[in-house]
Write a protein that binds this ligand. Structure first.
Ligand code: 13P
Ligand code: SF4
Length: 363
């Protein structure tokens, strides 16, 4: 989405000035404001969050702040949309920088998914159940709600997909092929025999009719550019350089990386696992660098480092900059709502259906 440039007054703030003004605006807003944060934004943002969590926690807890008039979401666009869908109409959800999207979520759009759906219906007479990763636009969650499917997150993908398989013959999983493949493998399916990849730019997604009829999983050709950087070779090197190291990666990584790791799970799982580890233990982590660096700082008695030596920030989460946070908070304190995320009710009602289904099925 387009974000207008910040007024010069905000663009020119020093880090210290932005920090002090955020604290003052928060104080002025008091209980009217709740700041929610995902684990990826930079420290200068996360220190101001009242609550932190992964996508599942944020969706589950969205309605737990009824006292707040304003929910400022320090994360990316799809997270703010989900918060808006799951909170009452009188709560206003704000994203500090509208350009903070998710490149993976942008890899599937409604036009492409509808086309895929009708092509599948033409070649296959049985029932396909759509499952969308929460990293997707609200209109895709609405599509899924309307077609009897569910949303999932990295925390609950196996439960959600297991449920989907009880509702039909196959699963159409979008937009992250890797989370879809890793989940299918966790449930005992074969990544080659049981799965095909749907490329939205190819006729029949680049498959034959026979392949589509045979497959149990149709995996959308999408990926996360941050998690795609992690490799099996990095894991081999970490094990060679740090005997006894434990490798912990996010399930948006490729299958061979997840299989070479010791553990995989959501950002919240990654944090909890390192927190629960023995002092002195060594952890090589495959996820976004801000989270890894924070873990290393917060737990100095464990050795924590990122698997990718080149460092891999999520560039869109990075757009949540203190100057933007300061700008939205000072506007709220002055009575102006800027950067509200409002999902149109027609889309919101069907997406609420698929998000609520996830919360029920995966409770
Ligand atoms: P989590 O739900 O695990 O926090 O993941 C969200 C995400 O975008 C990871 O790239
Ligand atoms: Fe999207 Fe990847 Fe950033 Fe997560 S890390 S928000 S999937 S681009």
């Amino acid at each position: 989405m387009y974000q207008a440039p910040l007024p010069t007054e905000y663009a020119d703030l020093t880090p210290e000035e932005a920090d002090a003004r955020i604290v003052a605006a928060k104080k002025a807003l008091g209980k009217r404001l709740v700041i929610l944060g995902h684990h990826y934004p930079r420290d200068e943002i996360i220190k101001h969050a009242d609550y932190r969590g992964d996508s599942y926690k944020r969706a589950k807890d969205a309605s737990r702040h009824p006292e707040a008039e304003f929910i400022v979401f320090c994360g990316v666009h799809f997270m703010a949309e989900s918060a808006d869908i799951l909170t009452p109409d009188n709560q206003i959800v704000i994203l500090p920088n509208l350009a903070a999207g998710c490149s993976m979520a942008d890899m599937a759009n409604l036009f492409q998914v509808r086309k895929c759906w009708s092509e599948l219906a033409r070649v296959f007479g049985g029932k396909v159940v759509p499952v969308t990763y929460i990293n997707s636009a609200a209109n895709l969650k609405a599509f899924v709600g309307e077609h009897g499917g569910t949303v999932c997150t990295s925390t609950n993908a196996p439960t959600a997909v297991r449920w989907a398989l009880t509702q039909g013959d196959k699963v159409l999983f979008f937009p992250d092929q890797h989370l879809g493949r890793n989940t299918g493998v966790k449930l005992g399916f074969d990544p080659v025999e049981d799965m095909v990849v749907w490329d939205p730019f190819q006729p029949l997604g680049g498959n034959t009719e026979e392949d589509l009829v045979r497959a149990k999983f149709i995996l959308w050709k999408g990926h996360c550019s941050v998690h795609k950087r992690f490799t099996r070779e990095q894991i081999v090197k970490a094990r060679r350089d740090f005997p006894g190291v434990k490798v912990l990666v996010h399930p948006e990584c490729e299958l061979e990386v997840v299989q070479a790791a010791d553990y995989n799970g959501s950002t919240e799982y990654i944090i909890k696992t390192v927190e629960a580890a023995e002092p002195g233990s060594i952890w090589a982590i495959g996820t976004e660098i801000n989270l890894v660096s924070r873990l290393a700082k917060e737990m100095p008695d464990r050795t924590v480092f990122c698997l990718d030596p080149q460092i891999c920030p999520c560039s869109t989460m990075y757009r949540i900059h203190p100057s933007f946070l300061c700008w939205v908070l000072e506007n709220l304190a002055a009575g102006n709502v800027v950067n509200q995320i409002k999902v149109p009710e027609k889309v919101a009602s069907w997406s609420r259906e698929s998000l609520t289904r996830m919360l029920t099925v995966c409770a």
